[in-house]
Design a protein around this ligand. Structure first.
Ligand code: SF4
Length: 410
């Protein structure tokens, strides 16, 4: 509902490709990808997961195509999928051809383990005939051994050279419907490799920190790599590679893009103060209760939970809706303006009800429906609390007197 007032630096210009109906690069919104963990041959199980991923924010989903039964599964999955399907292919060039026959919207090839030039060119020629793009998915962990040797390891230069070798094979058959990734599990290596790649080619880039691991460490590593590059204008589609339910990957990807202002908010953005000595409630408990109640509704608004009425409404004045605690009452505010004062034990309930009203009626209508005496009642609470707490949350005067007394005694 609300968008950040500032936006990131302009995006790096790239060519645009189409992965099914989803445009990637060339000014298109940055897209979110994830990958199923089911056996692709399990059509119903895989489709259920694809729907869950799409619901959590994935624009594109990748499935492995590692055996004939997987390719046959793809033939059944593709027409029933709500999002374009990418076939992930390693080692077996015939699996890439089978995935094309299955009707996938994109292939992902790993140049580190699909190495025969004739086979690579054959796949590219077949993809070209069908108008299907390919992601060149370089991975530091499975780099071509010759490049590993030449560069003395998986360096940014080695990763980029691997992509360039693949591009050269593609060029031989006139194929350039391409996006590229140079993933690594080492975040610094990944960032440097993508920066070099962005300086070298104008194809759209697929960002990811590979094998990032389970949350929260995996989330931090993936965000460090992906967000750094996005903030520099680099990156056209992203994937979090987490050791977790892939729904978490899709959700994280979507949340990151929304947090950076690169995609419209689709779901809830709950902000909460970190709490401090002024807090009048258990901020963590109330924030968790509000999150649980609001997430079920998945409303596209920003909601704030603030621990005190002294600073809360002001600190969160940009939020669509918020609640701040004071003197056993909750101050409900919209865009920083107090609209209602409710008993403390009804805070979460009131917050959720108002969120529903805002989504149904809009911010202006809800501001107009504010309780007449709310601002005055809130101001009374605020002043009373200031008198009690003053500016001396730490009982500083008492402490200073104590320090002085002890020093004098020495
Ligand atoms: S809103 Fe109040 S309780 Fe929360 S951090 Fe700010 S001053 Fe502290």
């Amino acid at each position: 509902m609300s968008r950040p007032a500032v936006s990131l630096a302009s995006r790096r210009p790239t060519r645009q490709i189409m992965v099914g109906k989803v445009a990637v690069g060339g000014g298109a919104p940055v897209s979110v990808q994830s990958m199923t963990v089911t056996k692709t041959a399990d059509v119903e199980g895989t489709l259920a997961q694809i729907y869950a991923l799409a619901g959590a924010g994935a624009d594109i989903v990748r499935c492995t195509c590692n055996e004939a039964a997987a390719a046959e599964g793809l033939a059944r999955i593709v027409p029933r999928s709500p999002v374009p399907i990418v076939a992930d292919v390693h080692f077996h060039h015939e699996m890439a051809l089978a995935a094309l026959d299955a009707g996938v919207s994109c292939l992902r090839l790993n140049p580190g383990n699909l190495r025969k030039p004739a086979e690579i060119k054959n796949i590219a020629a077949e993809a070209k005939d069908r108008g299907v793009p390919i992601r060149i998915g370089v991975n530091a962990g499975s780099l071509h051994p010759d490049l590993y040797k030449k560069h003395g390891g998986a360096t940014p230069e080695a990763l980029v050279e691997s992509a360039q070798m693949e591009l050269a094979y593609f060029a031989e058959v006139g194929f350039d419907d391409v996006k590229v990734s140079v993933k690594a599990s080492n975040v610094a290596l990944m960032i440097e490799a993508y920066r070099l790649l962005a300086d070298t080619v104008d194809y759209p880039l697929h960002l990811g920190v590979t094998e990032a691991g389970p949350p929260p460490g995996g989330l931090i590593k993936a965000t460090a790599g992906i967000a750094t590059l996005l903030a520099e204008g680099i990156g056209d589609t992203i994937r979090y590679s987490l050791t977790a339910d892939p729904v978490e990957e899709a959700r994280a990807g979507r949340q990151l893009l929304e947090a950076l202002g690169l995609r419209e908010r689709k779901g809830l953005d709950l902000i909460a103060c970190p709490s401090c000595g002024r807090a009048e409630i258990d901020v963590i408990g109330v924030a968790k209760a509000a999150q649980a109640a609001l997430e079920e509704r998945n409303l596209p608004i920003q909601v704030a939970v603030m621990g005190c009425v002294v600073n809360g409404p002001g600190e969160a004045r940009e939020a669509d809706l918020g609640i701040a605690a004071g003197r056993h009452r909750g101050h409900l505010f919209i865009k920083g303006k107090i609209v209602r004062v409710v008993p403390e034990d009804e805070m979460v309930e009131a917050l959720v009800a108002e969120a529903d009203h805002i989504v149904a009626e809009g911010v202006e209508a809800r501001l107009a429906a504010a309780d007449a005496g709310a601002e005055a009642a809130a101001e009374d609470d605020r002043r009373a609390l200031l008198e009690v707490q003053g500016e001396d949350v730490n009982s500083s005067e008492e402490r200073i007197q104590l320090i002085r007394k002890k020093l004098e005694e020495e």
